[in-house]
Design a protein around this ligand. Structure first.
Ligand code: ASP
Length: 644
């Protein structure tokens, strides 16, 4: 995609939310996605698909050649019952609403998805850093409206995009999955269908706050992947890190290996990259002239692919001198191995020579991760050169393993229990850990025992691990109300977006227990009200009915619109007026509630107050009362009488 075509991506989803042309989704579409009432017991998972191009979406032209065809992808998806449950979708959203996956026995959520098709469907060979920035910004635009994101992408440079996005999407709290295929999705025998379906199901069902790649049967950390085969359906490997999840009959997530941002920051996009970076692969008899030219200005960062565990020829002082001189000029040179698997080390003299010349270790990073990390780190204005060198050697997004990787031995506690139960296999330990840890974490939260929380994490507990109801320690802490416990959990990597079996996030719990300080901290970390606006309206109306000003304050702090209607078109002000709660009415009016809002019967809050002769409400709402005629008044009185 060229830069100019990227700009034209600003065309938006058409108003049906069907075929789309890339760029930003219009606010009406977003609103539709959250503004409707669910009509099925199964909770829904909302996924945005960014369709950037690649083989997966290509179709055959008359000559049988594979070509991208604009605006055809979504139309075709609608024809495939595995990809679109037309009957349910039409009942729920009408004929041209978003796409809906059929439910399966194993998935918890019904997946509703929208496709944002890029205007210039792009062979990923043509991708540049501009497109990476565009994708990152598109995710930012739609972040609050979806539970997860799937990026359909050509396979050739998919690992570069995945690696770059892993750095650019800072404090990511939701899952982003890149996938593609070797054969177009609409061909009879294609890997595209499985890759796409599994990606959608994972994105809508699981909280894995990472940029991932799904291919074959594996969900992998994106910045650990490389394309290893031009023909195999298992085209991508993650040689130095196990898969985050596997999709066989069941989807099994290895929660312990998920990398979680341990910060109190909200999600944001770092939307700039330094392009003065390069990859230099060593080979026997490489000339020092070539190395010298490669390291010349304007180059600022180089990934050196050396032999084996990071070795270069010990007898090539001429090359080493070029590296030394460049490092002195401030060029950051990162040493990684040419091998697909393994890590650089200073075990050999050949490796030590590079270290002494100012070349830093890239540990076990892939070339794609090392290069895109350099582009990211070098673009950070707030970091000086020394900090940038340190950051290159620091594990920022799970892209490298420095030091001893965690092993099963770290599971002392679980092991002790396992021994007494005579369990020994890794799978059994894993299973036991997934049962024990949520219970122990919850007990520590209830006792407000921060030390215990820390030590459980040390023993290998995943701090966002869910119990049988899908609830995490953070959910419990938000009910309990100890701000210190909440802060600590967040700093330990607890995720604010996890929805339990009842579709409640930690923010929902904090609201329902009116813990205002906790609400503020959750929002600081990127939490937001989710799901159905009419249901939020209904909850606020219930609070107004009870004169519960504190609850309305909780919603206000969480970013709710106090004029939000319930399914009958009533606002909280209607109910506060009907029940004559003077303080609540004052609070609502002071905080922007719309006194002119009418319900489904055309009545304002003042009309209701008058109908039931609510004295305080009539007085407080009098200034907002519109001129009305007697006939209307009669209708209102009759209606209220009929109800009472
Ligand atoms: N050349 C194609 C691309 O990367 C290959 C693919 O999609 O698999 O876009």
């Amino acid at each position: 995609m060229s830069r100019s075509s990227c700009e034209s991506l600003n065309n938006v989803l058409n108003e049906n939310g069907e075929t789309s042309h890339g760029g930003t989704m219009d606010s009406r579409t977003k609103k539709n996605l959250i503004n409707d009432l669910g009509n099925e017991n199964k909770p829904e998972g909302r996924v945005l698909v960014l369709f950037t191009g690649g083989t997966i979406g290509m179709m055959r032209n008359e000559q049988g050649a594979l070509v991208p065809i604009a605006n055809a992808f979504v139309k075709n998806l609608r024809k495939y019952p595995q990809l679109h449950d037309r009957e349910y979708a039409e009942k729920r959203f009408g004929a041209m609403g978003p796409l809906v996956l059929p439910v399966t026995a194993t998935d918890n959520r019904r997946i509703i998805y929208s496709v944002l098709e890029y205007s210039n469907l792009c062979d990923s060979c043509n991708m540049t850093m501009d497109e990476w920035i565009r994708i990152a910004n598109d995710i930012k635009e739609s972040y609050e409206y979806f539970d997860g994101f799937v990026i359909l992408h050509g396979t050739d440079t998919l690992s570069y995009t995945a690696s770059a996005l892993s750095f650019m999407l800072e404090a990511l709290g939701k899952v982003v999955i890149l996938t593609g295929s070797q054969v177009p999705i609409f061909d009879t025998r294609s890997d595209g269908l499985d890759n796409f379906l599994a990606s959608l199901v994972i994105a809508g069902n699981y909280n894995i706050p990472e940029v991932c790649v799904f291919f074959g049967t594996n969900l992998m950390r994106g910045n650990r992947t490389s394309k290893m085969s031009a023909t195999s359906f298992e085209a991508f490997h993650s040689s130095n890190f196990p898969p985050l999840a596997t999709a066989n009959i069941k989807i099994e997530v290895d929660y312990r290996s998920i990398f979680r941002p341990c910060t109190l920051e909200k999600f944001y996009v770092h939307a700039s990259l330094n392009r003065n970076v390069g990859l230099l692969r060593l080979f026997p008899s490489i000339t020092s002239d070539l190395v010298k030219v490669f390291l010349q200005s304007p180059i600022e960062g180089v990934v050196l692919q050396s032999y084996g565990t990071g070795n270069i020829p010990t007898n090539r002082e001429d090359i080493i001198e070029e590296f030394r001189a460049a490092a002195k000029r401030g060029v950051i040179i990162v040493n990684i191995t040419q091998c697909a698997n393994g890590c650089v080390s200073d075990a050999y003299e050949a490796g030590k020579l590079l270290q002494n010349a100012g070349v830093i270790s890239g540990f076990d990073m892939t070339p794609e991760a090392a290069l895109t990390k350099l582009a990211y780190v070098l673009s950070k204005r707030e970091w000086d050169t020394e900090t940038k060198r340190q950051m290159m050697q620091t594990n920022l997004r799970g892209e490298l393993t420095a030091g001893r990787p965690p092993t099963m031995q770290d599971w002392d506690l679980v092991e002790a229990v396992a021994r007494s139960l005579r369990l020994s296999s890794a799978a059994e330990l894993q299973e036991l850990g997934s049962i024990l840890f949520p219970a122990m974490l919850n007990a520590a939260v209830i006792r407000r025992d921060i030390m215990k929380l820390e030590s459980l994490k040390g023993y290998g507990a995943d701090i966002s691990q869910i119990n049988a109801d899908g609830r995490t320690a953070l959910h419990i802490a938000c009910c309990e109300g100890d701000i210190n416990v909440v802060r600590r959990l967040l700093k330990m990597g607890a995720n604010v977006h996890v929805k339990d079996r009842f579709d409640r996030t930690p923010l929902t719990d904090a609201i329902e227990y009116d813990h205002h300080e906790i609400i503020k901290v959750l929002l600081q970390c990127g939490a937001h009200l989710h799901g159905n606006a009419l249901l939020i309206g209904a909850r606020m109306c219930a609070a107004a009915t009870a004169g519960n000003k504190k609850r309305l304050q909780s919603y206000l702090l969480s970013g709710a619109d106090l004029s939000q209607k319930n399914a009958s078109g009533c606002t909280p002000l209607h109910f506060a007026a009907l029940h004559d709660h003077a303080e609540t009415i004052e609070f609502l009016l002071d905080h922007g509630a719309d006194p002119c809002s009418i319900d489904m019967l055309g009545q304002t809050a003042a009309d209701l107050a008058k109908a039931v002769q609510a004295g305080n409400a009539m007085r407080l709402l009098a200034p907002f009362k519109q001129d009305d005629n007697d006939a209307d008044d009669n209708k209102i009185v009759m209606h209220v009488n009929a109800r009472s």
